[in-house]
Design a protein around this ligand. Sequence first.
Ligand code: CA
Length: 204
Amino acid sequence: MRVLVVEDEVRQAAPVQRGLEAEGFAVDVATNDVDGLWMATEQSYDVIVLDVMLPGLNGYRVCAELRARRVATPILMLIAKDGEFDEAEALDTGADDFLSKPFSSVVLVARLRALIRRGGSNRAPLLVVGDLAVDVAGRSCTMAGTPIALTPREFAIIEYLLVHQGEVVAKSDIVSHVWDSAFDGHDNVIETIRSGGYRIRAHV
Ligand code: CA
């Protein structure tokens, strides 16, 4: 799943990015309101983490502007605990959830997964196709009941394919949802990934 983090302070954005990447998310960071608006509008994200305290347009205004542009991506707003902003305002401007700073990476990840499930097309916590079962919340995968060890990237690809089962998924879709925008390799990388002896096939 691909996440956009809009946060101007590198000290705060970096640990969030690391924590999410460790959980298999592809993470892009926008460090100002202009970049955040542009990236959220022009690119495809599964969820957006939006800091309220931004120079220029604050997070509330960015959120309202995204909704005005009909960007429906779920948004979790980060709120300073003792700041002048409050939760009600976050929800009023079109945010789907909010989290007070400081927060743990575990809580952030759990909230984002919940948002992605709610925001998506009836996504179930357990994704199943044939003998393959993926527990999204538990980050585990089994084939006919036998656990399969996957890297975070492999898990992200399987999760993406299962969420879109029955659909033809382009390699470029997989790349854009599983890798961050810094990825500059060829999408042939998809064809070289094997997991548990089952080759992943993507249709262009
Ligand atoms: Ca900030």
